[in-house]
Design a binder for this molecule. Sequence first.
Ligand code: COA
Length: 377
Amino acid sequence: MSEPTPDIKKGLVGVYADVSTVSKVMPETNSLTYRGYAVQELCEECSFEEVAYLLWNGELPTKAQLTAFNAEVAAQRAISPALHRVIKEFPHGGHPMDAIRTAVSFMGMEDPESADVSEPATRRKAARLLAKIPTAIAAAHRASKGLEPIEPNPAHSFGENFFNLVFGKVPAPEVLKAFDVSLILYAEHTFNASTYTARLVTSTGADIHGAITAGIAALKGPLHGGANEAVMHMLKEVGGPDHAEEWLSTRFDHKALVMGFGHRVYKTGDSRVPTMTKYAEKMAEVVGDNTWMNTSRVLAAKMLKEKNIHPNLDFPAGPAYYLMGFDIPLFTPIFVAARVTGWSAHVIEQAADNRLIRPLSHYTGPEQRPVVPMNQR
Ligand code: COA
């Protein structure tokens, strides 16, 4: 006798899984706040470091608090010689997301407070992760190209440090600003798949390195963070604004997904897109190459007209990172470097008022049956 089917929310669509004070998405007004502040205002007024402090502490820092916070993070940027050796041994051709997932897992094993899941220790570990993740991303990237890693410079801002670790130089202020804006926009977004993954791991009593490792694994998927890389591959495949309409029509004919469009929560526009688009346009201006943004514009107009589907943050972030000079496989790792702030805020929040996350499944397999001995099968 099969049981009646319970009300299943496939993909947990529309399910409120918990309360949170970290951020709020308001799809009816296409807006997003972090701890009560509109994200576009944070982008214009604050640095990524200030936003990281805000996410972790609930308030924007004073000058003295920010100086202390920056000093704490910047002093911990170096990764261990053992991790450098491991990174050099990573398989050639491995994806940088797998590299940073493995590196974070390794950092957990090395961390002197690995087993301490108290809030003060978790906060200290979060700061270490924020500091070391860019170093590991850049070291793995350079190793994959046969290049030696670059030592982090504690005098650099978060953005300056990232560029310097990857390229060995710091770009113009307008490039740094666009990068910082992208980090702020990527920092946090309520119960998205990777954040919920991190909370679920935390709910078992596991440590923050485990939660962030799992978050990175979830973020890699093309339906989530991996979309920013997929967008750039798509723009290159389209081959310019003149081909965009025809390319999209073929895509529609095949009922294929168009990367960088659609969102589980926003159905009439992603709050973060106008700000990121503005800064991606600035990048196009700085570099003097409008191909990607012109192509994007044609794709977005046709998607809206024919499917009523809006772009998400990954749509402008992909070309912005490309115009900044990053290789495409680095786009989602950059998302990791930013989202570790939001993940950590949620890990701290989950642990502070925890209940094991453990939903139910409705069984639809075979009825109970006897095991037939091997010689009779
Ligand atoms: N391209 C083409 N069609 C899309 C689409 C896209 N990017 N996103 C949604 N749709 C279509 C769906 O196929 C569905 O059509 P149907 O009703 O005919 O089946 C309809 O729009 C509603 O979408 P739905 O499947 O309910 O969306 P979701 O909430 O389950 O999925 C995403 C949300 C983000 C997974 C989905 O939009 C997607 O895969 N986008 C592309 C990947 C991406 O950019 N991810 C980054 C997200 S920030």
